[in-house]
Ligand binder design. Structure first.
Ligand SMILES: Cc1ncc(COP(=O)(O)O)c(C=O)c1O
Length: 385
C-alpha cells in the first residue's frame, strides 16, 4: 500500500527523503484539486468554499505533534518558521543563547546576524562521547542569563537524534525558552510538544512529512504566545483598530501573513493526515529498520565508512566512499534514477569541522523504501566508485 500510494517510487529509487520526499497520492490530489477549484471559482471564492478544509489543516498539524490548534502557524519553510521564532525573542545585551554542535547553517547564520544588532553570546553545547548533545554539559552551562536554548533534533548531515525530551527537561526549570528545530524529525520521529516541553518548534513539509515543497510550520507554546510578538505583522496577524493602534491576534497565526499558497497548505494537511493514518510510531520503526540495514551493508564494503553518530539513529545514513567525492557520487547515480544527496561543511560547519569532514554522501530512507532497493543502492555505489 505504501508504494501503491506513491506514484514516484515506481520508476525511482528515492533515498533523498531528507532532501525532499516523494508525495503520496492524497497529497498530490489535495494540491491538484484545489488548483482546479481556484480556476473554477476564483482564488478568494475557492478559499471561502474550502474554509473548513483549511481549518482542518491546523487541527491535523496540531494533532500530529500533540499541540492545540491555536498554537500552529503555517509558513513556507522551516527556516521561515525558525527565523520568525528567533526574531520574536526580545534579546537584551548580555543574554546567552545555547545551541547544538549539529546546528544547521541557516540557524547559525541568523545567530551571527542577531549578534550584529545585539551583543548576545552564542555557545554550542559540546557533545558527549556518543556524538549527541551532552546533557551534563547543558546542565553546567545553564544560568539565569540563558534566554534561549535552540537545538536541532535531527541534523541535516547524519543519523543523530538529539535527546530532545531530556534537553526540554533541563531547560524547563529555567527562565530560558526552548526552540527545537524539528525539520528532519517531524513525520519520521514521533513528536509530542508537551513531553518535549518545547516553547517553539519548527519544521518543513517536504522532507519526512512528504508534503509539497514550499511548506512548513511553527508551533508556539502558551508561554511563548504570551511573551513573544512577531517582528512585523500584516493585516492578517493584527487588526488596525484606529489610526495609531492595532491589536495582535491572540493565536500563533499572528506569525502568518495574509497571502499564502492554499493548495500547498491543503497538501500539508493531507500529508499530516496520511502520516497519522499509517501511524508515526510505525513509520519510525520501519525507517530505523531500513536505515540500520543500510548502515550494516555499507559498513561491510571495503572503502566505505559510515559516519553517523548518536545513541539513537534515524533514517539519515551518511558515509564517505574512498576515491569519490559525495556530490559526484550523487550525480553519477542520478541518471540511473537513484537519488541520494551529499552534505558539505557549509551546512553544519561546527560538527563537520570537529569531525574533520568536508563532505559526506547522504542516503535517507523512508517507510516506502524496500530492502531490495537498499541492496540495489549499495551495488550501484560500488559500481560508481
Ligand atoms: C536540520 C535542518 N534545519 C533546517 C532546515 C531548513 O529547512 P527549509 O529548507 O525548509 O527552510 C534543514 C534543511 O535541510 C535542516 O536539515
Amino acid at each position: 500500500m505504501l508504494r501503491a500510494d506513491t506514484p514516484g517510487c515506481a520508476a525511482l529509487l528515492h533515498a533523498n527523503n531528507a532532501g525532499s520526499s516523494l508525495q503520496p497520492r492524497p497529497v498530490i490530489d489535495a494540491v491538484l484539486n484545489y488548483l482546479a477549484l481556484e480556476q473554477e471559482l476564483g482564488g478568494y471564492e475557492a478559499a471561502i468554499e474550502s474554509a473548513a478544509a483549511i481549518q482542518n489543516v491546523y487541527d491535523d498539524l496540531a494533532r500530529l505533534i500533540g499541540a492545540s490548534t491555536r498554537q500552529i502557524a503555517i509558513t513556507d519553510s522551516a527556516t521561515r518558521a525558525w527565523n520568525l521564532a528567533l526574531a520574536s525573542v526580545p534579546f537584551r545585551p548580555g543574554d546567552r543563547i545555547l545551541t547544538s554542535v549539529a546546528e544547521y547553517a541557516s540557524n547559525y547564520l541568523a545567530f551571527l546576524q542577531l549578534q550584529e544588532r545585539v551583543p548576545v553570546t552564542v555557545t554550542p553545547v559540546p557533545n558527549d562521547e556518543s556524538g549527541q548533545l551532552s546533557l551534563q554539559a547543558l546542565t553546567d552551562l545553564m544560568d539565569d542569563r540563558v534566554r534561549l536554548v535552540a537545538v536541532t533534533h535531527v541534523p541535516t548531515n547524519g543519523g543523530l537524534v538529539n535527546p530532545a525530551q531530556a534537553i526540554g527537561e533541563v531547560v524547563a526549570g529555567s527562565p530560558a525558552l526552548f526552540l527545537l528545530d524539528a525539520c528532519q524529525s517531524v513525520g519520521q520521529v514521533p513528536i509530542d510538544v508537551t513531553a518535549l516541553k518545547a516553547d517553539m518548534l519548527t519544521t518543513t513539509g517536504r522532507k519526512y512529512l512528504r508534503a509539497p515543497r514550499g511548506t512548513g510550520f511553527l508551533y508556539v507554546g502558551d508561554r511563548a504566545l504570551r511573551e513573544l510578538r512577531p517582528p512585523l505583522c500584516d493585516l492578517f496577524g493584527a487588526k488596525w483598530t484606529s489610526r495609531d493602534a492595532y491589536t495582535l491576534r491572540d493565536d500563533a497565526r499572528r506569525f502568518e501573513l495574509y497571502e499564502s499558497n492554499l493548495a500547498s497548505t491543503l497538501g500539508l494537511g493531507a500529508a499530516a493526515r496520511y502520516a497519522m493514518d499509517i501511524g508515526v510510531e510505525r513509520i519510525w520503526h520501519r525507517i530505523r529498520k531500513l536505515a540500520d540495514r543500510l548502515r550494516q551493508a555499507l559498513d561491510a564494503e571495503d572503502g566505505i565508512t559510515v559516519v553517523d553518530q548518536g545513541d539513537v539513529r534515524c533514517g539519515i545514513v551518511t558515509f564517505t566512499v574512498r576515491g569519490i567525492d559525495p556530490a559526484e557520487l550523487a550525480a553519477d547515480l542520478r541518471p540511473k534514477r537513484i537519488n541520494i544527496w551529499h552534505s558539505s561543511v557549509e551546512s553544519t560547519r561546527l560538527d563537520m569541522e570537529q569531525r574533520n569532514l568536508r563532505s559526506v554522501a547522504r542516503a535517507s530512507v523512508h517507510c516506502f523504501n524496500t530492502e531490495s532497493e537498499l541492496d540495489r543502492l549499495v551495488e550501484a555505489i560500488m559500481v560508481a566508485r
